[in-house]
Write a protein that binds this ligand. Structure first.
Ligand code: PCA
Length: 154
């Protein structure tokens, strides 16, 4: 039977050089397709107890968000869902993403991405980022204990 593939846009800790990059590298079927940005704006904040990058599903607010696109098979998508706590913690949703080379747009593709499910009005008012970096000058370093404590693992 032909394998079904999915595209996933990652904007946070799963990106290259970020704290959970290892998780993408652990899944042999995952294939990197390149750099990308959201076609429309969304608020990307760093928040919560563990300084998590959180994309809020409020299209048109915030900034164009930069990240990476990966091709994954069904098994890899299920592993990612579990890791991100879909559908209770992060919620996997399909959005339009522009594949980019430097700032040139190569094509627009539909990708899954993980939006944070619950957030407050206070969260919305936090600084909106265009590019997540755990070691950025914001000083909000990612706390890996998240992976032991967030609801998907309990
Ligand atoms: N991991 C996913 C969602 C937020 C996070 O830290 C990602 O990198 O896209």
């Amino acid at each position: 039977m032909a394998e079904t593939y999915h595209k996933v846009f990652v904007y946070g800790t799963l990106k290259k050089g970020q704290p959970n990059e290892y998780f993408m590298n652990m899944i042999p079927s995952v294939e990197y397709l390149g750099t990308a940005e959201t076609r429309t704006k969304y608020p990307l904040i760093i928040g919560g107890e563990w300084n998590l990058p959180m994309l809020l599903n409020r299209e048109g607010e915030g900034k164009t968000v930069k990240g990476e696109v990966y091709r994954v098979d069904k098994d890899a998508l299920e592993r990612l869902d579990q890791f991100e706590g879909h559908p209770d913690f992060y919620e996997r949703t399909e959005i339009d993403v522009n594949l980019t080379n430097d700032d040139e747009v190569l094509s627009t593709v539909k990708c899954w991405t993980y939006f944070i499910k619950d957030y407050s009005e206070k969260d919305v008012k936090q600084e909106h980022f265009s590019l997540y970096d755990s070691a950025g000058c914001h000083g909000l370093v990612y706390d890996a204990r998240e992976n032991d404590e967030h609801p998907s693992q309990s």
